[in-house]
Write a new protein. Structure first.
Length: 352
């Protein structure tokens, strides 16, 4: 049955607010929510939307607040601290779950057999990663897997000048101590830094591998067991990444992470609308099969935060009109491989 009611949690954060503004501009009426009642009310009053405030301490109280809500777009991250309880609450309340995480361990939890089975029993979709991470790369991955059915290796990447939001910066700090940066033979593993030259669509760029969410999700979308994700990196960044590999245990220390997050709270605000409007992103992928055949796919999208603003609302608009199959989903499995191309500011995916 199509949904009738939906909620944005974390609505006064940088991304939650962008998504609430887009929903309002589209004439939709989500209930806004967050743990701070005053901040939630301020955004809700500005947009003329209903609101409620609750914390994410336990699944039972989350479920009570979701009793009349058919779907939630969860925007309160880092999701390592918030996603498991919210998914549990959604399972209890039979509420479809969407989030904008890019965190590999959060994806792995949401796509575990336990959550997939529970989601099917509850008749809900559990679909993490409906922001820039991973919507366009997931659609490129699905396009490549369908164009080269025997593919055994998948490389993905993106290139664009993007300033980051506070939540993204904090989430990046959390991943500093995490050595998981690729998928090999279907397993998440740590590998030595990979460097290669890639033409994302604006000429060759030296690139290094990053622990981007597709290492998890592209496996569920395509079944391909070897996945690496790249972004452009200058020689000095490559040297710094090699150094980070050596000092990784220190980067994971709680005290250092706490200090870095404090610095982010004081200094990072996220890109302005003018910055977002100026910046586009090139997305690239390459699939290879065991016989050595390989194909490439490219697309351009709007700024990453604009994609993160548009994609969740487009998914909700789909759910307001259509029934969807229950279970753990990736964005491309749920919405199709051309989903990213249908978003304003995106190109078609071209395969060569
Ligand atoms: N997929 C993508 O491409 C993409 C794009 C953008 C953002 N993101 C991710 O989305 C998350 C939010 O980013 P942002 O820039 O919007 O961050 P932000 O401006 O810092 O906002 C974070 C929001 O989450 C809330 N929050 C954090 N921890 C919470 C907790 N334990 N319980 C309840 N609420 C909590 C915050 O509330 P308080 O202020 O009360 O702490 C705030 O409302 C980050 O994890 C970021 O990496 C992903």
């Amino acid at each position: 049955m199509p949904i009738r009611t939906w909620m944005i949690y974390g609505a006064y954060g940088y991304s939650g607010r962008l998504i609430a503004e887009r929903a309002h501009a589209e004439g939709l009426a989500p209930v806004l929510s967050g743990r701070d009642a005053d901040k939630t009310r301020a955004v809700a009053e500005e947009l003329g939307l209903e609101y409620r405030s609750f914390a994410l301490d336990d699944a039972q109280s989350i479920a009570q607040n979701l009793g009349d809500i058919d779907a939630i777009v969860h925007c309160a991250g880092p999701f390592s601290a918030t996603s498991a309880a919210m998914i549990e609450g959604c399972l209890l309340a039979n509420t479809h779950y969407f989030d904008i995480t890019g965190e590999i361990r959060v994806f792995e939890h949401a796509h575990s057999t336990k959550i997939d089975t529970a989601a099917k029993a509850a008749g809900i979709v559990v679909c993490p990663g409906v922001g820039f991470d991973v919507v366009p790369t997931d659609c490129v991955a699905k396009t490549l897997a369908e164009a080269l059915p025997g593919a055994v290796q998948l490389d993905l990447g993106f290139h664009g000048n993007m300033s980051v939001s506070p939540g993204t910066a904090k989430t990046m700090v959390e991943s500093l101590g995490d050595g998981t940066n690729a998928r090999r033979d279907g397993k998440l593993v740590g590998i030595p830094l990979q460097v290669r030259d890639i033409d994302y669509g604006r000429g060759m760029r030296r690139s290094a591998n990053v622990p981007w969410g597709d290492i998890s999700t592209a496996f569920y979308t395509t079944g391909i067991g070897d996945i690496t994700v790249y972004w452009p990196a200058s020689e000095s960044v490559i040297q710094a990444l090699r150094f980070a590999d050596v000092v990784r245990p220190v980067l994971g220390l709680g005290a250092l992470q706490f200090l870095l997050k404090q610095l982010i709270d004081w200094n990072v605000q996220g890109p302005s609308q003018a910055q977002r409007d100026r910046q586009s992103v090139c997305v690239w992928g390459e699939a290879s099969d065991a016989e050595g055949r390989s194909i490439c796919a490219r697309m351009t999208t709007a700024n990453g935060y604009t994609v993160t603003q548009l994609a969740p609302v487009a998914i909700i608009e789909h759910l307001l009109r259509h029934d969807v199959a229950a279970g753990s989903m990736t964005p491309a499995l749920l919405m199709g491989k051309d989903f990213a191309s249908r978003l304003p500011g995106s190109s078609e995916i071209t395969v060569t």
